[in-house]
Design a protein around this ligand. Sequence first.
Ligand code: SF4
Length: 408
Amino acid sequence: ILPQDDVAGPAPRHQTTQVMVGNVAVGGGAPIVVQSMTNTDTADVDGTIAQVAALSRAGSEMVRITVDREEAAAAVPHIRDGLRKRGITTPLIGDFHYIGHKLLAEHPACAEALDKYRINPGNVGFKNKRDTQFADIIEIANKNNKPVRIGANWGSLDQELLTKLMDENTASPNPRDARAVTREAMVQSALLSAARAQELGMPKNKIILSAKVSAVQDLIAVYQEVVRRSDYAIHLGLTEAGMGSKGIVASSAALGILLQQGIGDTIRISLTPEPGGDRTLEVQVAQELLQTMGFRTFVPLVAACPGCGRTTSTTFQELARSIQDFIRDEMPTWKTKYPGVEQLNVAVMGCIVNGPGESKHANIGISLPGTGEAPAAPVFVDGKKFRTLRGPTIATEFKALVIDYIDQ
Ligand code: SF4
C-alpha cells in the first residue's frame, strides 16, 4: 500500500487577494468560480435576458455581456431589472473596449447595474498623459465601488509596450526570440495596468487579472509568470480556443495544467458555438473540468463505458445519454430539493466485463447485456445487486430507479 503522500495531487492554491463580484467571492481561497459570456446583441434586452438566464440556469456563476455602444449601455439596467424580476441575481460583468470610459461616464445607470467592468489594457491607454481613458474607468469603478478585470489579450496586446520591449530586446547583449518577448509583454501589460489602477486609488481587492493567449504553451507560461510576480485574483481562459472538440481539448489541457499548479480563481471556457449551437456548452465544459479534476462538484457524474463489439445494441448509448441529459436538466430543481445530490455517481455499462464492477463502485449502476449474454440487466445500488431489469422498458425503469434513489 502506497503511503498517502506518494499519491500526487494538485499543488496548494496560489494565494490571491479575494475580490467580491456582486455576491460571488473570487480568489483568496474561495471555490473556483465558473463564468461565461453571452453572444447576443446587448441592445436586445429580451434576448440577452434569456441567454443570461439560460447560462445561469446551466451553472454559470457570473455572466459577461458586451457593452460596445450607446444602445448596449442603455440596455444594461433593463437587463439587470428583467433578471431580478425572474429571481436571477447572477453577477453581470460589462465587457468594454475602446470607448468604455465614455459609455460608463454617459450611462451612470449602466455603471451602477454592472457588478464588474472588464478593461482591455491593449485598447484603453494610460501611458500618454492626454489619454485618461483608463483613469476614467478606474475612477467610475471606485465611485461605484465596483471591481474590474484587467484582461490583457494576445490578439489586442498593447502595441506601444510590445514595441518598447522588442526594441530593448534587440539592443540587449542576449536577445530572446520574439515569442518570449511577446509573452513578457502580455505579463507586463496586465501587471503594469494593475499597478496603475492601484496608483489611481483602486484597492487590490477590486482587481482581477487575466492574460489570455490562444496557444496552450504560451498561456501556461504567461499565467505562471503573472502569479510568480503578483497575488491578484486570477481569471483563467484560453482565448480563441476554437470550435467543437478542438476548443474543448485545448482549453482543458491549458486550464487543467494551471489549475493543477494551484493557479486560477475563476475560469471561462471560450468555445466557438456551432451555428445555432447551445451557448451553455461552455458552462458544462467548465463545470466538468473542475469536477473531474476534483476541485468542485456540480452535477452527479455518469460513468459510462465507451462500448465496443460486445455492446449488443444502441440501448446502452441511448440510456447513458438520456440519464446524463435528464440529470443535468433536473439539477436546478434538485439542488435546492436534495442538498448534496451533486455527489451522486451513476454508472451505465455495456456488458458483464466491467459492468458489474463499475456499477458496484457507483451509488447506482446498471450493467446492460452484451453479445452472448442473457438478456438481463442487473442494477446495483450502494454496491449490492438490487434488481434485474429485462425487456424493452429497461431504460425507463432504470431512470425511475435513479429518481427513487435520489428521492430516498
Ligand atoms: Fe465493451 Fe463491455 Fe467494456 Fe463496455 S464494459 S467497453 S461493452 S467490454
